[in-house]
Design a binder for this molecule. Structure first.
Ligand code: NAD
Ligand code: ZN
Ligand code: ZN
Length: 363
């Protein structure tokens, strides 16, 4: 079967032939129908040889949807033929966190890293940029019904990570609603949330904020097309990153600063913007891995009372909630689709910053 492999650190992705795996014990084989391309794939491809606890080679692809093709003799969960999305962070499967469906925060992560078993699908373990994907257990499969595969795949990371980040800032959204009584107009909302970086994750964060909170959503990007996408996703306001953007956001938030920032970039400039725009007692969720750093010191540059979180992926129950939102038609992934054979080109396009929404590979 075909697979897009990370063969050496710092090298390009390689489209190659590998043997089709056979599920043993609890394992399940998935016929891949779609695999998303994430900026994290670029971070992995570009990483130095000791930066990540993974062994090469492995197949890329950590956003995967498909159909159950074959089950090992001990497998549980979805039956052969069922359409699923893959819950991607694979922990030990046995600790308290994993038992609660929060494998993204597995208590035994450092032990797993020490033996370099990988963080999850496509991240040190063979992923879904391939014709077939072997998963360790039916516990990492979430049924998607008739949701199109190119819509389903990005939910498992872009959708789930954005949803988990929004869950983390909810304490800063005081008059949060469950979405039923939110105002449909675009000038309202009790709290303000800035979304920095409206790419694969950010455009879904905007939709999730609109669907599940009453917050005013302020979008920031360095590309006009990304702001147009933010607008289409329901953002109340959008601006390019400029020297005065923090001040512009503060003014939009009644002069006091925004209640929360979701930073999907994580660079020096985005963190600087976040700190400059935040209200005292606000929330900063740093999702992007853009290499920026913040200094935590009291007293210091951070507004008093600020809570900083570093959300990583999300939980399995949250993935079920994200899939339910998508099946209700509340979440729509903006996609650019490429044949699997064009994966290197699709990955280059993301690197050049030309992608609108999420790139999805279709075998
Ligand atoms: P993407 O390339 O699709 O989107 C990034 C967006 O940010 C683009 O629209 C780009 O124009 C914009 N941007 C770049 N620099 C900017 C700046 N200084 N200010 C404002 N906007 C800027 O990337 P993605 O796939 O959505 O991933 C976003 C980040 O999140 C990446 O760093 C990725 O590695 C990381 N990520 C983290 C997790 C996690 O669990 N924490 C999960 C998935 C991805
Ligand atoms: Zn990712
Ligand atoms: Zn665990």
């Amino acid at each position: 079967m075909r697979a897009v492999r990370m063969t050496r650190w710092g090298g390009p992705p390689v489209l190659t032939e590998v043997a089709r795996p056979t599920p043993r014990a609890d394992e399940v084989l998935i016929r891949v129908e779609a695999a998303g391309v994430c900026r994290s794939d670029l971070h992995v491809l570009d990483a130095g040889s000791d930066a990540l606890p993974y062994r090469t080679p492995f197949t890329l692809g950590h956003e995967v949807a498909g159909r159950v093709a074959e089950r090992g003799p001990g497998a549980t969960g979805p039956a052969v033929g069922e359409r699923v999305v893959v819950y991607g962070p694979w922990g030990c499967g046995r600790c308290a966190r994993c038992a609660a469906g929060a494998e993204n925060y597995c208590d035994r992560r450092s032990e797993l890293d020490a033996v370099r078993t990988g963080t999850g699908v496509g991240l040190g373990r063979d992923g879904g940029m391939a014709d077939y994907l072997l998963v360790p257990s039916g516990r990492v499969l979430v049924p998607v019904g008739d949701l199109p595969a190119a819509q389903a795949a990005p939910l498992s990371d872009a959708g789930l990570t954005a949803y988990h980040a929004v869950t983390g800032i909810r304490p800063s959204l005081p008059r949060d609603s469950d979405g039923d009584d939110r105002d449909d107009g675009r000038g309202s909302g009790s709290a303000t949330v800035a979304v920095i970086g409206v790419g694969g994750l950010g455009h879904l964060a905007v939709q999730i904020l609109r669907a599940t909170t009453s917050a005013q959503v302020l979008a920031v990007d360095v590309r006009e097309e990304a702001l147009a996408l933010a607008d289409a996703c329901g953002a109340h306001f959008g601006t390019l990153l400029r020297p005065d953007t923090a001040e512009v956001l503060r003014r939009r938030a009644g002069g006091v600063g925004v209640d929360a920032v979701l930073d999907f970039v994580g660079s020096h400039s985005s963190l600087e913007l976040a700190v400059g725009a935040l209200r005292a007692g606000g929330d900063l969720a740093v999702v992007g891995s853009g290499g920026g750093e913040l200094t935590v010191r009291k007293p210091g540059a951070l507004p008093p009372g600020v809570r900083i979180s570093l959300p990583f992926w999300g939980t399995r129950p949250e993935l079920e909630e994200v899939v339910a939102l998508a099946r209700k038609g509340v979440l729509r992934v903006e996609t650019e689709e490429f044949a699997l054979s064009r994966a290197p080109e699709a990955i280059d396009r993301l690197r050049s910053g030309l992608t609108r929404g999420r790139t999805v590979l279709v075998p």
